[in-house]
Write a protein that binds this ligand. Structure first.
Ligand SMILES: [Zn+2]
Length: 450
């Protein structure tokens, strides 16, 4: 009797404040399904093995590459074997940019090989390469102050890492700004808080009215070396050869799989990640992990036989890294279907610590109360205002609600991001399972309670 009273008291405390289902389903049923989702997601390391297989067997998946198309073919077949209600693909034309050859060597004051990675979209140097003096600048203001010295030089940007969003502007605008002052090429410190002598690639930008010069990431170590030499009055000289090819557009696809909703099948919850990656490493954190986590969310519902009210639509978006063609195509084809939510996971696979949400106030009032359900499983996880992702942005811009999973990477995500080191050994299987169940629980609550 005593234990029964304690149980009831504990139940009242832990369940106080939760939103009750409006359809007669009980809070107990919701909690029981959340527990089943948690248990199923943590029952094995299958998700990590799938991620490793994706990364190891197909390698990096740059838009336009054979690797990507082979990976897409494999995923589509696997999804059909999973037995979801429907699986289909939608053609997307994506850019095809190819890295052919890269070589950078300091020639003066001593010879030193310097690893580089051209930024995506960079033009080539002449076939025979460039031999030029270096001008190291700390930021765009420093370049402006020293613009009279930039002509004929290789401008090397040395901005300290001040967070991805702020520092990435040097990668995006660096070629244009250096070319304006007559530089023959530009190189940049990688956008990372920690370097072990690895350059990081990523998308860059040209303007039609300004000469296009080759642009690549160096390692932080080499940029700092060039800076120290310059500070001592030495004028380092580099040999630089970058050969790339722009092959125009190439056919690719988004892949979609669904479990149809029971009572609200026309209200869609679309969720996923981007299946393309950069052409180095194997895109494990960015965004193979996001794709595989989303895939296992749908597999979890299937395995448990949970049929949600709303339709769950898993999307593998293509070409997030250098074009957003997949996200745009999705919006073009599906903007008139009612989307209850679009959800993206593209923040690296680390312990989940927040779910971001952007939507009408009336929705937010309910969504923030999901925390009362989730805190039993994830005491640290916060539901916060402001969610979304690049792939879902063409839909959220139309006014659809957007959500995303955030993770506590302790600053590590950008150690690996867009570099040779983004491989599955950097992904912890337990973190991946935690991400899967956090997304599955949120989506389940959204489907059943909104
Ligand atoms: Zn990404």
């Amino acid at each position: 009797m005593k234990s029964w009273i304690i149980f009831c008291f504990a139940f009242l405390i832990t369940n106080s404040g939760v939103i009750f289902p409006s359809d007669g389903n009980s809070v107990d049923l919701i909690f029981s399904n959340l527990q089943r989702i948690y248990n199923q997601s943590h029952s094995s390391n299958e998700a990590w093995k799938t991620l490793a297989q994706l990364c190891d067997d197909f390698g990096p998946r740059l838009s336009g590459s054979e690797n990507l198309e082979k990976a897409l073919f494999w995923i589509e077949n696997q999804l059909r074997e999973d037995g979801f209600d429907s699986v289909w693909t939608e053609e997307v034309m994506v850019p095809k940019w190819v890295r052919i050859h890269e070589d950078c060597e300091m020639i003066y004051p001593r010879r030193k090989f310097m690893p580089i990675l051209a930024f995506g979209g960079s033009v080539s140097t002449p076939n025979e390469g460039i031999l030029a003096e270096v001008l190291v600048v700390k930021d765009f203001e420093d370049l402006e102050r020293n613009k009279s010295q930039a002509k004929g030089k290789i401008v090397v940007y040395n901005p300290p890492y001040e967070g991805y969003g702020k520092t990435v502007q040097y990668r995006w605008l660096g070629a244009v700004k250096a070319a304006q002052f007559g530089a023959v090429a530009a190189l940049c410190r990688p956008v990372t808080p920690m370097s072990m002598n690895n350059p990081h690639t990523g998308v860059m930008h040209y303007e039609d009215t300004i000469p296009k010069i080759p642009f690549a990431s160096m390692t932080e170590e080499d940029v700092l070396l060039l800076q120290r030499l310059q500070d001592r009055g030495i004028k380092p000289k580099l040999f630089l050869k970058i050969l790339t090819k722009d092959e125009g557009l190439s056919p690719s696809k988004n892949i979609i799989a669904e479990i149809r909703g029971t009572t609200k099948p026309n209200e869609i919850i679309a969720f996923g990640g981007h299946i393309d990656s950069w052409d180095v490493g194997s895109g494990a954190h960015d965004d193979g992990g996001g794709c595989v986590a989303s895939w296992y969310v749908l597999k979890t519902f299937k395995a448990l036989g949970i049929r949600p009210k709303r339709t769950l639509r898993l999307v593998f978006w293509v070409n997030e890294e250098n074009g957003l063609a997949g996200g745009k195509k999705y919006a073009e084809l599906h903007k008139d279907e009612t989307h209850a939510l679009l959800f993206e996971f593209d923040s690296g696979v680390f312990p989940p610590n927040r779910i971001g949400f952007s939507g009408a106030d009336s929705l937010w009032v309910k969504v923030q109360k999901f925390q009362d359900y989730l805190k039993r499983f994830y005491p640290e996880l916060q539901i916060v205002q402001g969610g979304g992702g690049v792939d879902i942005s063409p839909m959220t811009k139309l006014g659809y609600p957007g959500g995303s999973l955030g993770t506590d990477d302790k600053g590590k995500y950008f150690w690996y991001h867009h570099s040779h080191t983004d491989t599955p050994d950097k992904v912890d299987p337990k973190d991946l399972n935690d991400c899967i169940s956090a997304i599955a629980m949120f989506i389940y609550l959204y489907s059943e309670l909104m």
